[in-house]
Design a protein around this ligand. Sequence first.
Ligand SMILES: Nc1nc2c(ncn2[C@@H]2O[C@H](COP(=O)(O)OP(=O)(O)OP(=O)(O)O)[C@@H](O)[C@H]2O)c(=O)[nH]1
Ligand SMILES: [Mg+2]
Length: 448
Amino acid sequence: MTEPTIVAIATPPGRGALGVVRLSGSDAHAIVLRLTKRSAAFKPRYATLATLFDGNDSLDEGLVTFFPAGASYSGEESVEISAHGSPYILERLVALCLENGARSARPGEFTQRAFLNSRLDLSQAEAVCDLIAARTKLGAAAAFDRLEGGLSRRIAGMRTEILELTALVEANLDHPDEDIPPLPDAEGLKRINTLREQVQALAAAGSRSHLEASARVAIVGSVNAGKSSLLNALLGRDRAIVSKTPGTTRDTLDAPIDLGGLDAALIDTAGLRTDTDDPIEREGHARSLRALRGADLGLVVLDRTLAPQHHRGLLEELGRDKPLIVALNKSDLHPARTMPQDLNHAGTVVEVSALSGNGVDRLGSLLRDAVVPPDSDAGRLAVTARHAAAFERCALELDNAYKMLPQDSGERTALHLRAALDALDPIDGLTTTDDLLGTIFSRFCVGK
Ligand SMILES: Nc1nc2c(ncn2[C@@H]2O[C@H](COP(=O)(O)OP(=O)(O)OP(=O)(O)O)[C@@H](O)[C@H]2O)c(=O)[nH]1
Ligand SMILES: [Mg+2]
């Protein structure tokens, strides 16, 4: 059964110098011939200037590029019409295509067809969506790496290794009397372990994935420590109210920031104070702690002109379960007090002045490196949370296989290895359900 030809505007809504209408399907070329009143076929993969007709009236003049089946993005016969970027013209072109037998494309349907025609695997198809959504250098680079097959190649390598191990374990099982040398336990264990470590590293990369969601950094500390001032200094603009009145910030406030190529959100919070009965301030306090719990990283701001005992309760309250960076603020003021001894246990400590800007750049790079260590796989690959879940399942099964191997004839080890292999399916999409495809492609914009 041939799929219906689909059509959509591929450029963002609104007016622009140019706008692109895209068609994919076996009627794409025929429909555009009708729209252009041409009888001669368009030269494949060449931009051809043509008049676009609405009935007998000319609507616009545009460039038509025809991609034959097998040599297009979707794998199907496709046409791109690059017209003037008027919403009226583009919508009219789509309407004319619909009148000529096309149907409106669903979000991501061009890419979905590319996937179904094996032009891309699932991780690459998703990378297309992430690449379009990328707002920062790191996000774009990671998505492009996946689009180029960076992740696919790794998965393929893992699949080969798991299959080989399974074959060795099973060979032992099927022909116990024959001469196939069994996989020595020590070697098998070593290979499973190496694989497990690789898979675990990828799973960890996913838990720090910053393509689906930006990294969240919560700025917390006592009232008046300079949290809002530091937020403004890091952003380089006057976002939050600053005043010498303690308790200025009462609610949490999110601001997007590009942390050296990393897409992140800074969250300013109300100062943590316990000496208050004011229900609003108590609520603010609770929200600040909640913001910290929901963040990837805490930026603790301390007023370094205050006596050490001032900070003690605070550090205890923040706990140890979040990575923290401690900013000793107001370093422009004298005298600086000695800081609590246990400060270094809390996290990296850095002196700053939100007022003079001293140390603020360094703080920015520390925050970035704390979220994604420089040159790490996590930063480069930034797999999605969905991939991470699959890697976690795979790692778990490899772990089971690892534990089983020394006490098993091979049968149960092989079962776990097969399960580890199956766990990778949702990533490259070798076997997928319609539900999964629907969820993934609905994230796309129409026209891609
Ligand atoms: N000298 C000096 N003053 C600072 C510095 N950072 C902040 N301040 C001052 O400290 C006071 C409090 O600053 P805010 O940024 O409002 O402090 P906050 O931690 O957000 O306070 P709350 O919202 O009330 O919890 C203001 O008067 C700031 O001008 C700094 O680095 N040096
Ligand atoms: Mg504030």
